[in-house]
Design a protein around this ligand. Structure first.
Ligand code: ADP
Ligand code: MG
Length: 322
């Protein structure tokens, strides 16, 4: 049987690569970070609980990827460059096959973003994974929720709604072909955090958030923090390729209130349209203009014929959603 310390040594300990920023990694009572002079540290935590955020028996490699991806996504939304993360892990048992896959999925993504695992905590318990991630951002350049200004365009990266479509397929709320479900499920299980875009948007975007609970609810956080309102053009929403095959009411509902998209929703002045497009090209992801920030409070939905649209679908809330 693996001991706690063998487990940490075998699966979660590697030599520190970025020694300029990470003075000490796994193995002592604390890790030591050396932020670049004058930079601010951006810090965020996200926790994933079995049966709540992922299905019992979930593929461990995808799970490792997703746990880190959702944390990287928070740094992306802030315009912060990933540095390092800690991992708090509760495991029902020390299963070497599971640990090998889980750590592989997590550390492969970590390598891709040059974000190092520098410590954590390991305990026996119901499968729960909590990551705290650290990034750096120049002072006053973080993309905060409160920066949206009247007249800004509202943009979204990539496509949205396919993760929610996969969930509907699993729950048999709707019938999906096997291939369709597989494709949509990739968006649910292996989200791609938009860190390159987040960095490119420094100095261009006024406000940003990553879409974890659904576009409408997450955009509302920007509106609340910025004390503004908005109109969204529902016919401009970039539906995921699988959602594109579905009927319009479902497309709109899943794109607005689906969740698990991990795209960026951001606002930028009209004068920065070309800069946003160029930033997205640099980051190799689409950016679609989906609405405008307005002084009138609240979020209005409008179709391509300029008619008001009403869509009754609340975004996800852990204490009020099924
Ligand atoms: P402490 O008793 O000081 O909390 P631990 O015995 O829990 O230390 O952990 C020993 C070392 O291993 C520490 O440096 C800690 O940060 C690290 N560690 C523990 N669990 C993990 C994990 N799942 N991934 C990475 N590092 C871990
Ligand atoms: Mg400990």
């Amino acid at each position: 049987m693996l001991s706690e310390f063998e487990l940490i040594a075998d699966y979660f300990t590697r030599p520190v690569r970025n020694t300029a920023r990470i003075a000490l990694g796994v193995g002592d009572d604390c890790a030591l970070l050396t932020p670049a002079p004058g930079m601010q540290l951006a810090v965020s935590t996200d926790m994933l609980v079995e049966g709540r955020h992922f299905f019992p028996g979930a593929d461990p490699r995808l799970l490792g990827h997703k746990c880190l991806a959702v944390n990287l996504s928070d740094l992306a939304a802030m315009g912060a460059k990933p540095l390092a993360f800690t991992l708090a892990l509760a495991l029902p048992e020390a299963d070497p096959a599971w640990l090998a896959e889980f750590s592989r999925g997590m550390l492969d993504l970590a390598d891709l973003h040059q974000c190092e695992l520098i410590g954590g905590d390991t305990t026996k318990g119901p499968l729960t994974i909590s990551i705290t991630i650290f990034g750096e951002v120049p002072p006053a350049q973080a993309l905060r929720r409160g920066g949206a200004q009247v007249g800004d365009d509202i943009w979204v990266s990539g496509t949205i709604g396919d993760a929610r479509l996969a969930l509907a397929g699993y729950r048999e709320e709707i019938e999906l072909g096997a291939e369709e479900l597989t494709q949509a499920a990739t968006r649910m299980h292996a989200p791609t955090p938009r860190n390159a875009l987040g960095l490119q948007l420094r100095g261009i975007a006024h406000a940003a958030i990553d879409i974890s609970d659904g576009l409408r609810g997450d955009l509302q956080h920007i509106l609340d923090a910025s004390h503004v309102g908005a109109t969204l053009e529902v016919d401009a929403l970039p539906f995921g390729p699988m959602l594109s095959h579905q009927a319009q009411p479902l497309q709109r509902r899943y794109a607005l209130a689906g969740g698990d998209d991990y795209e960026l929703c951001f606002t930028a002045p009209v004068a920065q349209r070309a800069a946003v497009i160029a930033a997205a090209q640099q980051a190799e992801v689409a950016a679609t203009r989906i609405g405008a920030i307005e002084a009138q409070p609240g979020l209005r939905l409008r179709d391509a014929d300029n008619r008001d649209v009403v869509i009754d679908a609340p975004s996800f809330d852990h204490f009020n959603s099924p």
